[in-house]
Design a protein around this ligand. Sequence first.
Ligand code: CP
Length: 309
Amino acid sequence: MSELSVDNLVGIKNLTKQDIELILETAQEFKEVINRPIKKVPSLRDITIANLFFENSTRTKLSFELAEKRLSADVINFSAASSSVKKGETLIDTVNNILSMKVDMVVMRHPYPGAAKFLSEHVDAKIVNAGDGAHEHPTQALLDSFSMIEQIGNLENKKVVIVGDIKHSRVALSNILCLQKLGAQVMVCGPTTLIPKHIEKWGVLVEHDLKKALEWCDVANMLRIQLERQDVNYFPSLREYTKLYGLDLELLNSLSKKIVVMHPGPINRGVEISTEVADSDQSIILQQVENGVAVRMAVLYLLSQKIKH
Ligand code: CP
């Protein structure tokens, strides 16, 4: 039977192409399960999972929790805002206290890049990275690739453009790594200030003209403009960003072919994507969210196979 080459999901960087394919194939099986009248399977019965969210989340948190419940795991939830972290407790102390309650797996979102890797090296539980600062968001990239494959088939040589704040985006980094491992061509598009210097060395194309980027691609993944970062002026104004890098219906309809439009959420309607595009039949934003549950079930199930009882 196939198994993952890793014991934890810290990042796409650590996965092989075979690992990614195994996760996506397993997710396809779970997608069929969760579309049945009886959506629950006993695969993780007797496994306890702690969801530790040190940063806000809607989609990822709910999606992991639903995935865990569909697999019949016991679930505990922790939110930093209402915890003793506020009293100065360290990450390791917080996690070890939770693990002493006989927890097998930890799903963690944390504002610091490397937090998931750090935890995987210091605690005796399977760790799943649900986003670590501006570093990686591996399950988002896996669900994005799964959703793309559903729309356009095998990603070998398919063209994907990621638009927006590439510099601060864990979604961008994980997507670039995942898409390249699956054989896709990746382009990034945005203002120079939001594209990391020397990104071409990763084998990524760079285009600053959104219309040209959209004409080139099969799929456009529109990233959220992180409004919380606007204390630093990466572009003159939101209005100017939207004019140059926002995707509206006029631009979408002006293209010579139909492309697939994605967005990891949360959306700033009217900034990086117009309401008409977000709600159009070319947008698969809600399918991405739906697929997130199946993909996270696959990740949890495959990692649970590595637990030694
Ligand atoms: N896509 C994503 O990570 O969304 P949340 O921040 O709501 O989890």
